[in-house]
Write a protein that binds this ligand. Sequence first.
Ligand SMILES: [Zn+2]
Length: 571
Amino acid sequence: MSHHFSARSLALSAAFALAIGVAACTPSTEQKAASAAPSAFDIPKEVEATAKREITAATLGAPIRYLASDALEGRGPATRGDTLARLYLATELESLGFQPAGTDKSWQQEFDIVGVTAQLPKAWNFKAKTGPVDLKLFDEFIAGSGVQTESAGFKDAELVFVGYGIEAPEYQWDDFKGVDVKGKVLVMLNNDPDWDDKLFAGKTRLYYGRWTYKYESAARHGAAGVIIVHTTPSAGYPWQVVQSSWSGEQFELPAEDEPRVQLKGWATEDSVRRLVKAGGFDLDALVAQARERSFQPVPLGISTSIQFKNKVSRVRTGNVAGILPGSDPKLKEEVVLYSAHHDHFGIGPADSTGDTIYNGAEDNAAGCAQLIAIARAFAALPERPRRSVLMLFVAGEEQGLLGSKYYSLHPTIPAGKIAANINFDGGNFLGRTKDLTQVGMGKSSLDAIAKALVEKQGRTLNPDQFADKGYYYRSDQFSFAKIGVPALYFDNGLDYIGKPEGWGREKEEQWTEHVYHQPSDEINDTWVFDGMIEDAEVGLYAGWLVAQADAMPSWTPGDEFEAARKKALAQ
Ligand SMILES: [Zn+2]
């Protein structure tokens, strides 16, 4: 699975050396060239000394102990804990000498979160040539409302099979071929074509393979609704996960002028097979057609009507933003954007011990603490870096990356002036590792920086081992990638120094099962910080290198987000 990664990143390092063009690259004397071989990735002694002083067990531990304390009640959006967390983060930035960089030069960027609960009929009826077909809610189909109005639905809409529903000029792939699907219900396959390494990065799931892309793609075409065909391999999870995540209230940003479908649906493979059969089609044959570039949308000879009511609610939360101006009169207009989400799940159902507070110590008080420690280091540097440093603590990540999405739609710094994003979601509290994982390796010139820095620590940098699951699109860096900003996002290493082989993976699995998104995500005496310190240092140094370089980082040529960058730079 990871073979194509290594080939890609090798080719990249050479290209990067040309692209980055750091002043330090050019040795001033012949003697220097012969001996020291300074590299574009060297970190000056005073920057290292500042990091050692400012990024410590205390500067990381204290913010985690505060943010994850029971007093903050799990930092659920629009709660007292949310307000306190935001006030604390803004206070930290102000005390370090940052300037407010939120709405109207305040510390915060507030926004509304809309909650929509769709009340769907127990059965969804379809009219086909051979007679009526019903899909049963929950067992066979699941849906959410695509709109935030009290009622939604459509009448006599025709079903059209559109394959993967993908339009990707960089892969010469277009499933729509200009066919008008306005007002139709689109039946789509999940994932992206993954049977060929040259198509959509092979097994790696790109954004084209995420369900969010499918609904956005349908909306752009003016469709009335979508049915994504669920299979466990193409989703990456079983039907039960679709059932639990699409039942109940769904959270979104308030609707603006973007196109929307009325209904965002999923159906099991078996029920879609039964449905298309009623129109005279064989699902396997349709899937086979969808694998060809020459695929054309297939009207299924089936129509449907559905009407449903929505319960709509609205609450308010916000991002926190502070900026440390750079030293270069021109480059200081550009920023290195650090992000970490400050929200978690608040107070919820009790666990087996009766605990109801979802403290979110690792997720993501740990990420916030790393941002604060990095902010401290930048503020304490004897010389400011050339570009500015923007610290952004985003809200509503757990409800669907809402804070970073809001920022990307309403950036306080223009997208074309954001050199790179370095995102922290989680942190290592188990000790030093011989490795570090980079989610989204292969996508941008930032790879070369990450690799050099991690190797200088005597560690190895590994690609994400679950690239088919699309983790790159599941934390806040994705919101910034969509507006063209290349990002670094690391996951903990697994090979712990002084521990037997397999220990890290076992700990990780136990944590996922017993702690992740549960009240037990708390900080306690077993936490150690030497691993988190090293990871935060990589984040600091990477941002410093980006801030100093003559040119901004770039996407790997042909990457899915390259076009968004070109657009941002042209504005
Ligand atoms: Zn998180």
